[in-house]
Each structure stands twice: as structure tokens, then as C-alpha cells.
Design a protein around this ligand. Sequence first.
Ligand code: GDP
Length: 199
Amino acid sequence: NPLIRAQYLLAAHTPAQLPPDGGFEVAFAGRSNAGKSSALNAICQQNALARVSKTPGRTQQLVFFELPPSTDRFLVDLPGYGYAKVPKDLQAHWQAFLDRYFRTREALKGLVVVMDIRHPLKEYDRQMLGYAVSRGLPAHAILTKADKLSRGAQGTALLEVRKALKAEHGDAVTAQLFSGESKLGVDEARRVIEGWLEL
Ligand code: GDP
């Protein structure tokens, strides 16, 4: 499985630092503490892959992981919001970069939004989904920490999220249950990502 070979490539905080725009990439978004790093680590079967994205100062960068042996297949970790407040002008710069990335990046084939199953579809999640869908890109919602809920409550939460996504985005956004702890849903998530990356 190519995903388990994922390795850190670079962190970009300006458009000039992005890898050439000729390949296939899937971006991961999630509010801080949603469980995005744990989900990335579980999907790539690595313990510390996404740790680099959490380094202070890396919170306004796009972190690229490459999937050898390809040199043009990437997972891109977008910073979670909710870290220490950043100065206004930096925030504006970052918003502009992110906005431009979503609008223009040809290599971007899909967006994964990682959400805590107990707190789904917050404003940040909706903003990210909106970016993707308005570009005509597919998105996939990973409802993680499912292990925190009973089976019944998991099913109810999934149905509610699917209903809300359907109302807002039609069939552009799919959703699944996940747990970085129990590894529930890892194979399902991999299939979605591999499909987008044409692996
Ligand atoms: P990130 O900030 O979105 O990257 O979140 P992390 O992956 O670092 O997780 C935030 C916290 O939630 C950590 O304490 C994790 O141990 C915990 N966590 C993450 N995923 C799960 C999960 O699937 N189940 C449970 N029970 N806890 C989780």
C-alpha cells in the first residue's frame, strides 16, 4: 500500500514553496484537536508522521508528504485552527494563500475533512468544504473518535451528518465513521484517498 510509505517532503508557507503543480494530491483539514494527526497516522500506518505539522511555527504552512515510489503523489496537511492567535496581517496572508491554493491548484484532487464525531460541521469545517465543492472537487468527511460513542449513537451521528451534507452539497461530499484509536474505518478512508490519487 503506497500510503504506508508516506514521508515528509516539505512545508510551504508561500505559493513559491509549493511542489510543481503537476501531480495528484489530497488535502487534509480539521480543527485543532479534532484528531487529524491521529487519522493521518492511522491511514499511513505510522506513529509520528503528522507530528511535524504540529511544530510551533508550522501552523500556517501546508505540509506535504510524498508517497514513494511516485514523486508526484502527495498528502497535504492543512493547519488546524484554534492554535495561539496570530497577528492580523499574518492571518490575512495565510487566508489569501489558502484561498489561492484551493482555487488554483490543479494537482488537488480531493479534500478530507476530519471532524470529532461529537462536534461535526463547525464553521471551519464548512468553510473548507465550501472551498472544495465550489471548485468542483469531491470532499470526504471523516467522523473520528467514533470509539467515544455507542454503536447506536455513531450511526445516528453519521446519518445526521450525511443528511446535512446532502442538503448543502448534494453528492459532492461523502462521510464515514472513523477511530484513530480502534482503527475503525481506516480501509474505507484509504479507498477514497487512493481513488482520488489514482493509485
Ligand atoms: P489534531 O490536533 O486534529 O491533529 O488532533 P490529534 O490527532 O492530535 O488528537 C487530539 C486528541 O484527541 C489527542 O489527545 C488524541 O489522543 C485524541 N484522539 C485522536 N483521535 C482519537 C480517536 O479516534 N479516539 C479517541 N478516543 N481519541 C482520539
